[in-house]
Design a protein around this ligand. Structure first.
Ligand SMILES: [Zn+2]
Length: 560
């Protein structure tokens, strides 16, 4: 009896200790939201109606009546009228600055649905050529042969009549190939005698003449000739990218493969107070020398603050599906039996670059779409982890397009995080089909990652697909291809809750920030969004139409 009494007293004492500490922390809040339908995405927490924020962080998450102690006369109170609240969404793979620069440059938007046939783009080029002086560039981006009525690449013969005297450069939506006209080839000095550069292809016709299609590293033969941007373009692009991201509910993006000027652009925008959302910047490593330079700078992943910091260091292992340059095991692409894609690195150089960056404290992320490329990266990661004695380095594989069960087991064993791309199934699912049904089955899986214990985060890869994460959340649930209407690998469909997890909790995990964001709970950053409907209650097809009403970063309303 005595012992039980002692236990009861101890329990009462502990309760008394906890109660005042809650009252103490939740006073004089900057913001209290009430009457909301708050989905925390934290499995240990029940959903709440009210939330209090102080100094940019969540201090309490309760039913409204329990938040009374939080408010003071200066506290801003916001009544949500039962609207749905979610954690701010996280996109771990964007080229947001590059995309924003395209908008600022006034590039031709050659993406579907703006361009549906080669004629559409030819007409636009002809009208621009008419208003330009001889020799001035015409630049566009976003075209996708699989969405053109002709279902083929745009070649110089298509472009030359519309623009005989102005060089034309048109980026494919994949970012892995470009179409140029004869004037551009001539400017870059490319003719039938020009050899293919390492890691790239100059496409040639039956007679050996370049067709105007340049793949992977061959693109820079022409893109290096493009006119210089105005000096302030990067800082303006950082601002624009962050505004566009806030509008669709993203509160953190990872911007990948940034050049030094682009990194400076983000930094300057942040210093001027122009950056609306949080950004992880990923510098590029295109050679062993790049890795050595990065290591010598003395900074590493995580340097910066909660708003702007360095993320992972990014490398490319292979090419893209749209350009048919992903590195696969035999058999080759349908109709091109010998095409097993390209590997950009010699394995020993990749390992050297990985080791150099990781030893200097960089998280690694490597683009690998084909199964052969993924295996090469996994081999290299394993060697690096072994050499450095790392157990859970949380190295990332970007895309992991063809991810077989064998590969997934390796990923699980090495604690690899996948930067997956749920919206690809809808927007570019037709590219998967060229790789045959065997590979379609394991293209951009999601359900089997969950089953096999592999953590997947999500990325739009904007401008490859639109920046809105709602496309990806919807596509992860339905997996329908835009072109054919087919459901691709229906076994890999996941629930709405699981899809939201990719864009919240798992995004935070990929960015080494799971103790700061990804769920709404006391102590976390107050990054959250109010949306016009509850994603867990609406018909699945409405997911892509969800509108973000307000976006908060660190408890401050930043949109609208
Ligand atoms: Zn990308």
């Amino acid at each position: 009896m005595k012992f039980q009494l002692a236990l009861l007293l101890l329990w009462l004492y502990l309760l008394a200790c906890i109660a005042p500490s809650f009252a103490q922390t939740c006073v004089d809040a900057d913001l209290v939201i009430r009457n909301g339908h708050i989905i925390t995405m934290d499995t240990g927490l029940k959903n709440a109606t009210g939330m209090a924020v102080r100094d940019g962080k969540i201090v309490a998450l309760e039913e409204d009546n329990e938040l009374a102690s939080c408010a003071s006369p200066r506290t801003k109170i916001s009544d949500l009228h039962n609207r749905t609240v979610l954690p701010g969404l996280i996109d771990v793979h964007t080229h947001a600055m590059e995309w924003a620069k395209g908008i600022l440059r006034g590039q031709i938007d050659a993406a579907y649905p703006n361009v549906r046939a080669i004629d559409d783009i030819v007409r636009e080029i002809a009208s621009r050529a008419n208003s330009l002086q001889r020799g001035q560039w015409i630049v566009g981006a976003g075209w996708d042969d699989s969405k053109l009525t002709e279902h083929r690449y745009i070649r110089r013969q298509d472009l030359d009549p519309a623009s005989p005297h102005n060089p034309v450069y048109l980026d494919h939506v994949s970012g892995h190939l470009a179409a140029v006209n004869s004037a551009a080839l001539e400017l870059a000095g490319i003719d039938r005698r020009t050899p293919d550069p390492q890691g790239g292809v100059i496409e040639r016709d039956a007679t050996g003449e370049p067709t105007g299609i340049l793949k992977d590293t061959a693109m820079s033969l022409v893109s290096s000739q493009l006119p210089k941007d105005p000096e302030d373009i990067n800082i303006r692009a950082a601002k624009l990218a962050s505004e566009k991201a806030a509008e669709v509910g993203l509160t953190t993006i990872h911007d990948i493969f940034l050049s030094p000027d682009e990194i400076r652009g983000y930094q300057d925008a942040y210093q001027r107070g122009w950056l609306k959302i949080r950004v992880q910047m990923s510098p590029q490593i295109a050679s062993v020398a790049d890795a050595e330079r990065l290591a010598q700078m003395g900074v590493h992943t995580g340097f910066g603050d909660d708003f702007l910091k360095f993320g992972a260091a990014k490398m490319f292992a292979d090419g893209g599906m749209g350009a048919r340059t992903i590195a696969i095991y035999p058999p080759g692409v349908t109709g091109e039996p010998d095409n097993l894609g390209v590997l950009r690195w010699k394995p020993e150089d990749m390992q050297k670059a990985h080791l150099t960056a990781a030893a200097a404290g960089w998280q690694l992320e490597t683009h690998a779409i084909g199964d052969r490329a993924i295996d090469e990266v996994l081999d290299s990661y394993a060697a690096v982890m072994d050499k450095l004695g790392l157990k859970d380095a949380r190295f990332r594989i970007v895309h992991a397009g063809i991810s077989t069960p064998t590969i997934q087991k390796r990923m699980q064993a090495q604690h690899i995080v996948v930067d997956g791309n749920p919206p690809f199934v809808y927007w570019i699912g037709s590219w998967f089909l060229k790789y045959g049904p065997e590979r379609v089955r394991w293209s951009y899986p999601a359900k089997s990652y969950i089953d096999n214990g592999v953590i997947e985060a999500a990325g739009s890869d904007v401008p490859v697909t639109p920046i809105s994460p709602w496309w990806g959340i919807w596509a992860a649930v339905v997996r329908q291809d835009l072109q054919s209407g087919q459901v691709l690998a229906p076994e890999e469909r996941i629930t709405v809750d699981q899809a939201l997890t990719l864009y919240t909790k798992n995004g935070a995990y990929a960015g080494l920030e799971e103790d700061k964001k990804g769920t709404l709970s006391p102590g976390r950053l107050a990054d959250f969004i109010v949306v016009d409907r509850d994603p867990l209650m609406i018909p699945v097809d409405e997911l892509k139409d969800i509108k973000v009403l307000t976006t908060y970063v660190g408890g401050k309303q930043i949109w609208p």
